[in-house]
Write a protein of this length. Structure first.
Length: 363
């Protein structure tokens, strides 16, 4: 019966989120829960199809009634770009195998299942039922909010910092699928960069077009350089739309890109996307010191702020590329938010001359 229910968890579109499906989810928690109705509240299509549903059942004290469900994207372009690297399957496996080791605030899992060739379904408790507020990509964080996120990132990074045994235990995070993702990123870097620059128009000054294309042409070498540092588990997509807030405490959403990498890469992605350029310029140095101090307080030795700052500067090229790729592919983020994050990341790479740092590597 349990095996049958697991198979029935896999659905391809919101129409499959019916009473029988919800009963299979409930059965994994308590056999006495009886589901009587499922109502779809909202459907949002991006890199995945994200569905909020209301599930009526007889034991609300045992199981949440508002659920957040992630399915493969109904947008064919987004589905194409995410299917080969199996991004939703990666997130399902993260919640099943890794999440309970992560010292960060993350959503509560209700069910998660994937099957080769059949897709994946992830069911989480809806944050709003517990009083949390999901972030939006276009949010601008204050200095105080940014400091709280960096402290949580430092706590999370320190848990896995340079831990060879954990890296072996979660070796699937560097599996052939992840290598395929890296290969596709490199193979498509130049055409997607060209298309992104064209679509971005005047948001990106013509003066950095050549440097951006030079980076895209040499992406493999640059990425190799950006991994030559102590490794830890990283989120790798830490923009404000992948945060949530419970009172003043931040949490992290959307673990599709989780991997081993350099911790400062999460910091670069976060500061480049979550702060206005003006706020980032004003607080950047202090926030990097807060991250470094938090690493030390969490047991990481020999933290060098000057070296972290140098690596931070180099890692800024990735959030810039990620936002342009999002624009070039289309359908993965609200257009206004996407363009605003391009504006912010462009300001960051210009302010810190990030392309000079990375392009000097390949000369």
């Amino acid at each position: 019966m349990l095996r049958k229910c697991k198979k029935n968890l896999l659905v391809r579109n919101p129409s499959g989120l019916n009473v029988n499906w919800a009963q299979c989810v409930a059965n994994q928690h308590d056999a006495s829960i009886i589901v009587t109705d499922v109502m779809i509240i909202s459907v949002e299509i991006g890199t995945t199809t994200r569905v909020k549903i209301k599930v009526r059942h007889n034991k609300p004290h045992l199981l949440a009634q508002q659920w957040f469900v992630k399915l493969p994207s109904l947008d064919w372009k987004a589905r194409l770009i995410t299917a080969l690297p199996r991004l939703l399957q990666t997130e399902v496996r993260f919640y099943n195998e890794v999440a309970h080791f992560v010292p960060a605030t993350i959503p509560s899992i209700l069910a998660a299942h994937s099957q080769l060739g059949k897709g994946a379904t992830l069911v989480l408790s809806d944050l709003t039922e517990g009083g949390a507020i999901p972030g939006k990509p276009i949010d601008e964080l204050s200095f105080e909010q940014a400091a709280l996120v960096l402290k949580q990132l430092a706590h999370f990074h320190s848990r896995f910092w340079n831990n060879v045994n954990q890296k072996k235990h979660f070796s699937w995070l560097a599996s052939p699928v992840r290598l395929l993702e890296d290969f596709l990123g490199t193979a498509l870097a130049v055409p997607l960069m060209k298309r992104g620059l064209r679509l971005a128009g005047e948001i990106i000054p013509v003066s950095i077009h050549e440097s951006a294309l030079q980076y895209a042409k040499n992406r493999r070498k640059v990425m190799r350089f950006l991994t030559q540092a102590p490794q830890t588990l990283i989120h790798h997509d830490c923009h404000p739309g992948n945060l949530f807030w419970h009172q003043t405490k931040p949490g992290l959403l959307d673990w599709q890109l989780v991997r081993f990498g350099e911790g400062i890469s999460d910091v670069a992605y976060f500061l480049a996307t979550a702060l206005s350029p003006e706020s980032r310029r004003l607080h950047e140095a202090r926030l990097l010191c807060i991250y470094a101090q938090s690493l030390t307080e969490n047991g990481v030795s020999d933290v060098n702020v000057a070296q972290l700052t140098m690596r931070y500067r180099a890692h800024l090229v990735y959030p810039f590329e990620a936002m342009l790729v999002t624009l070039a592919v289309g359908g993965m983020m609200d257009l206004a938010s996407n363009k605003e994050l391009i504006r912010r990341t462009t300001a960051a790479v210009i302010d810190l001359d990030a392309f000079t740092t990375t392009n000097d590597i390949v000369r």
